[in-house]
Design a protein around this ligand. Sequence first.
Ligand code: SAH
Ligand code: SF4
Length: 339
Amino acid sequence: MKILSGLNLQEIEQITNELGASKFRARQIHNWIYLKSVNTIDEMTDLSVKFRDELKKVATVSDTKIKVKQESSDGTLKYLLEFPDGECVETVLMRFDNRANLTACVSSQVGCAVNCSFCATGKRGFIRNLSYKEIIEQVLTIQRDTGLKVTNIVFMGQGEPLLNLDNVLKAMEIFNENFQIGARRITVSTSGIVPGIKRLADNDMQSTLAISLHAPNHDIRAQLMQIENKYPMPELKKALKNYIEKTGRRITIEYLLIKDLNDTLESAKQLVNYLHDLKCNINLIPYNPTEKNDYQKPSGNSIMRFKSLLEQSGKKVTVRLERGADIDAACGQLRGKVK
Ligand code: SAH
Ligand code: SF4
């Protein structure tokens, strides 16, 4: 049985060929899958009933199941999706008020090997990479379930996208060509995998690169993220400068704010110093408590103080809105609860 979700036009043409149908049928099926997001072949109403019956004998729309779905009071939808081998990942759909944007937050791996101390995903270790089809299937499942068209993608679910870069790049290409989601509407977030950043620079990636920096110096970063020992901040900075030079793009620096750990005046000064010659915006992320550690949320006042200290250096700073706080929408939380 062929799974239509994730196939490109040529691959769908192979199926219609085998059924003795024209290329135009393949184009219709492609539209139903990517733009009209149907759940079943029977919904492909511009195909004849006879042809649909033949198609149903050899193909089906999807083999991914919605295991859990939660809706937050702010409209955020969170899904736990199950693949045929029983592994699950989280996908979140965020709607922002007054905007037509629908942003899907997708996972790139089951689990994650990077094991950051604040992250629920990392705690469970690495299980496997997702194929590019499983990455795009997350977006298709959301579209099928809501009947809405996703406009933006962020690789900020489970997993480290730069440790599964072949599949991530292929998925991005399909988002571009089949979903008509432009490169500029895609963001890839990484814990700072230097060889991956080099590859994106060589590829001249035009999507937004977001770096989970989270700390102003080596000691704090190493405490939060073991990856700092492998790719320390000076080396990371070199890779980022090279990326900015080659692509001409401004990067985003993500900074998780944790009470009394990295939200101090001294931290702000050191961060400004580290970033002063990098073309970047800064996104502050108030820590979202997970069950298994002692870190605490910063107070509203300390977030604002930290923000204004960074702004004084001339950088653009945003604070990430807390989305879906009432539904375990932070990285790795839902999967952790169900398992
Ligand atoms: N592995 C990649 C992308 C997935 S994580 C990366 O680390 O960048 C996406 C974002 O969620 C990262 O910036 C990560 O640091 C953040 N995150 C993880 N756990 C969090 C928590 N408990 N509260 C707030 N943000 C968290
Ligand atoms: Fe992996 Fe990102 Fe979680 Fe770190 S924050 S453990 S890199 S998913």
